[in-house]
Design a protein around this ligand. Structure first.
Ligand SMILES: C[S@@+](CC[C@H](N)C(=O)[O-])C[C@H]1O[C@@H](n2cnc3c(N)ncnc32)[C@H](O)[C@@H]1O
Length: 267
């Protein structure tokens, strides 16, 4: 798979396939609009490498949804939701339809944002912020603020399937540092990445071959005054028995991270 491929169409295809199942884990009414032949070819390529790929992405998305809904349902002080590398995912829109006190923002490369805008129509609820977070990282916060984002307010920020596209470990650190600075106390950050020993080397040349142990991630996160609230390997977090047969093979993991409150209470 080439890095310049429109991989948001691949995850949209997986959401479309999911909602066609009787035991679907979620619906995405827009998914079909983004599916094309390239998406089918990308899925085939991935399944040849990793026979669990479709279910890994399905379960990953369900886990992101459940985490985000958990925080929103329990914390009315969260007033902003930001998806970075949002692709053609419409979760922010779905959330805004349910929680109308929230503001929502979706960030991706300008070509992806343009395609998404052209397909979703006027009723789409979130704000689109075109920004390449590798080559134009300094524009991220000004771009969000121009659309009404307030970094004094509590947010949920998530990036699902984005960090694999970073060029190197330093870019990941710089990116997390930038995100930490735009989070107010008690904001939540959710993202996924491969964690543990491993390598893509022979199989996959287009993803960052960055397999660090949890201790490296924890140190990087804690250096930013962030703390790991939850962590788990996606195949082991799967409660729907989609990945049971593949436990131990998939390294993809989810981090749920909080920003330290200014005055800490201890127990
Ligand atoms: C695998 S897709 C995931 C899309 C979406 N989060 C989902 O789960 O369906 C990765 C997304 O990250 C975006 N992306 C990759 N590199 C990016 C960058 N440098 N800046 C902004 N977005 C980027 C891609 O355009 C793509 O939409």
């Amino acid at each position: 798979m080439k890095t310049n491929q429109d991989t948001g169409a691949l995850t949209a295809l997986i959401r479309l396939l999911e909602q066609q199942r009787e035991d679907f884990l979620y619906k995405d009414e827009f998914a079909e609009r983004f599916v094309n032949e390239d998406a089918a070819a990308m899925l085939q390529e991935k399944m040849d490498l990793y026979p669990y790929f479709q279910q890994l992405i399905t379960v990953r998305h369900k886990l992101f949804r459940d985490e985000i809904f958990h925080f929103l349902e329990n914390d009315p002080q969260i007033t902003q939701i930001v998806s970075i590398g949002s692709g053609y995912c419409t979760l922010v829109h779905q959330i805004l339809k349910k929680f109308n006190h929230l503001k929502g923002f979706e960030v991706d490369k300008s070509s992806v944002i343009a395609r998404k805008k052209s397909k979703v129509g006027e009723q789409y609820a979130s704000n689109f912020v075109p920004c390449d977070v590798i080559t134009e990282l300094e524009h991220l916060v000004p771009g969000l603020k121009a659309h009404g984002f307030d970094n004094e307010k509590r947010s949920i920020i998530f990036f699902e399937g984005l960090l694999y596209y970073m060029p190197d470990a330093d870019s990941i650190k710089l990116f997390i540092h930038k995100i930490a600075n735009m989070m107010s106390s008690n904001s939540i950050l959710i993202f996924d990445m491969q964690v543990g020993a491993g390598s893509f080397k022979e199989e996959e040349k287009d993803f960052l071959d960055y397999f660090e142990h949890l201790s490296t991630w924890a140190a990087m996160i804690e250096e930013q005054d962030l703390w790991v609230l939850k962590f788990g390997n996606i195949a082991f977090m799967d409660k729907w028995n989609r990945l049971t047969a593949f436990r131990g093979r998939a390294k993809s993991s989810i981090f749920v991270i909080g920003k330290q409150p200014e005055t800490k209470s201890t127990y």
